[in-house]
Structure formats: C-alpha cells, structure tokens
Design a protein around this ligand. Structure first.
Ligand SMILES: [Zn+2]
Length: 262
C-alpha cells in the first residue's frame, strides 16, 4: 500500500512540475526572429536621426524599434537579411512617427528585402523604371518591398535628400486614413489641410517648371510629393528650412505636432 501511495505522490509531483513548466513557458512571448543584440550600436553608428536625440529619447527610440521588429517580419528574397538591415528598416519605420507616442503600423506585417532594384516581377506603372521600394497592394497588401542596397545606401549618404525606406513608411502613414493621397489626415490638423493642398500644388508646379531642387519624382502626384518631401525633411531638415521655409513649417506641423493643450 505504501509503495502505491508513494508512486501516486511521485506522479502527482511530476504532474505539477510539468504543469508549472508548461504554463511558465506559455507566458513568454515567442519571438521567432530575435531583436538584434547590436540594435543600439547600429543606431548610434548609422542613424543620424537617432544620434541627435537626448538620452531618454534614445531609449524610447530603441524600445520602439525593438517592438517594431517583434511585430513585423523582415524577409530576404534572393538575399540574406543581416542585423544591420533589420535595424535600418525599424529605424525608417520609427523616424516618421517618433513624435506620435504609441503609433504602430496596423497595415504592415512583412517587409521583403530584394538585393537591388526590382521591376518586372511587380507591375508598377508598366514602365521600365527601376523600383527601389513599394507598398504592396492586392495580394501583397500589408507587405512592403525594399531594395537592400538602397536601404543601406540612404543611411550611408550624409548629404543626400533621399531615403527610400522612409519614403515607403510615409506612404503607410498616409494610408492609415484609408487613402494614399498626400494628405495625412490622421496627422494633420483640419485647419492645415487647405494650406497644405495649396502649397503642394505650388511646389509641384515649381518642379514641373524646373525651378526646384526637390526630387522630380515628387511631381508624379500629391502622394509622391508628400513622400518625397518627407524624405527631404528627415534627411536634410536645415537645407529644407532654408530653401522651402513654408514647406518646412507645414511638415513640422505634420510630424512634430504641438502637445495637445487642454
Ligand atoms: Zn512613392
């Protein structure tokens, strides 16, 4: 009898042990792709936007970039995704929305990295234009495609006004109100929408008339204009302020909203 009781007790203890282990395991967040250990040092070396933040803001940036990487999968297509790429994608995602606490990208699940530009595999305006980045639609909804080369290049080039990854994330921000139309209604206070539309028209005309230093691709339509000048705003803020003060002021209102007054 005593042996049987002992056996039952042992089984009982083992059962509890496994239950605790199992439940304990369930509590942990399963991260298939771990956040790069080098996140902080890569940001410090490669991302000027991060470099100019104060200590607290840097910590916030690191946390939000790390969180982004637990939410969005980064997949290499015919290329190997390195930690550097993951951190640069996350940084490009956080930069445009850094002044919006808690902002996440509900419309994005995955970023596909291609080694360089891509064209024929994705229909894009039916031309031979080399595509460096795009926000997917249709079957590729919730997917963003970026050129790995361009992603790295944009952060290496300190005097450029272009950054394809930031450009694509700005399209996603623009898309959160339902349409990619150059009017980020979720960020821009209603009173500024009319002035913003007017200014876009003026500035697009300057590009068409060859009177502008803004990337001519911005004259494609208002959505592209918004994405192109946002790149300029985040890459060369001082130059933009100098050359296009009105544009700079309105972009400041979009991306650095004044704290809500009660
Ligand atoms: Zn675009």
């Amino acid at each position: 009898m005593q042996t049987i009781q002992l056996l039952i007790l042992i089984i009982f203890i083992l059962a509890i042990f496994y239950m605790v282990k199992f439940l304990g395991g369930k509590k942990k967040v399963t991260v298939t792709d771990p956040v790069p250990l080098q996140l902080k040092s890569i940001l410090q070396e490669q991302v000027p936007f991060y470099q100019q933040l104060n200590k607290n803001k840097k910590t916030e940036f690191e946390e939000r970039a790390a969180h982004f990487l637990t939410q969005v999968k980064i997949t290499g297509v015919k290329t190997v995704v390195e930690d550097l790429d993951k951190v640069l994608v996350a940084a490009s995602a956080i930069i445009p929305i850094f002044n919006f606490p808690g902002w996440q990208y509900p419309n994005l699940n995955e970023v596909l990295l291609y080694p360089d530009s891509f064209d024929h595999e994705f229909e894009q305006q039916g031309e031979d234009r080399n595509i460096l980045g795009m926000v997917g639609s249709g079957a590729l909804n919730h997917v963003m495609i970026l050129s790995q080369f361009e992603l790295r290049q944009a952060f290496l080039n300190e005097t450029g006004k272009n950054n394809t990854a930031i450009h694509e994330f700005v399209h996603l921000v623009d898309k959160t109100d339902g349409e990619i139309d150059g009017i980020p209604e979720s960020l821009l206070h209603k009173q500024y929408i009319k002035p913003w539309l007017q200014l876009m028209q003026e500035k697009i005309k300057e590009i068409i008339d060859d009177q502008s230093d803004i990337n001519p691709y911005g004259a494609t339509n208002e959505a592209e204009f918004f994405a192109v000048v946002s790149e300029y705003f985040f890459e060369r803020p001082e130059l933009l302020k100098d050359k296009h003060p009105e544009l700079y002021e309105l972009l400041l209102k979009i991306f650095h909203p004044a704290p809500a007054s009660s």
